[in-house]
Design a protein around this ligand. Sequence first.
Ligand code: SF4
Length: 267
Amino acid sequence: MRTDASLSHSASPSPLSSPLHKPASNVIGYIHSVETCGTVDGPGIRYVLFLSGCPLRCLYCHNCDTWDRQAGEPKTVEDVMADIERYKNYFHFSGGGVTLSGGEPTVQTPFVKALFHQCRIEGIHTCLDTSGYCEIEKAEQFLPETDLVLLDIKHMDPRQHRRLTGVDNDKILAFAKYLSQQHTPVWIRHVIVPGYTDDTQSITELCAFLASLQNINRLTFLPYHTMGSVKRAELGISDPLVGVKPPEPTVMEAARAIATQFGLPVD
Ligand code: SF4
């Protein structure tokens, strides 16, 4: 299996890397897939790049095929930018831009930083869709190039977070606080899973934490859905949430009511 270093050295020079043209980058990203006209992962029409690799194992994950970083297709920033530029008009008239998602995009921090840097040079809005499982040292590298963060906080309780995702939440909460200190605009997304995140105490603790931050521009509660079961079956991965049904509309409404009590911009 090829490594980042070997790929970087073997990447062919492109005419665009000429000093006569804008700076190009040979930083390699491992790409799972692309959605060229997304409308839910940030404002306006988005070019959404799903990067491979994720250290979490969320019980409800329906993107299990993004977990393995090396399974992604290697592409340079230069290659990706050449494709992105075809959609600049869409970004311009819709207020859109580029979103990096995954998997967990911060496992490829050098690529995130390099791609967002190129987007900034091109005047393209940059958005990072992340679980927040990211060291501050990494965040320091890409945040100066990031216009908006979509942050998915899974659970406030450490034990319940491990149960739901397989990892601790201390790094995620530290990342959220750091974003607030840096005044980075954040949209929060939180999945309501019956039996895991739908109780009043869990939602109240989440909202209390979010209300302590200075940078939350939007909060969206997403109902757990069972589409992940189909993908897991296709991939031969067992589904730990067999039998769990999507939450009732009243549960979603109760969550929104708690958020409103905390003065959060819930939609
Ligand atoms: S963070 Fe996202 S990609 Fe990773 S396991 Fe959780 S839901 Fe799946």
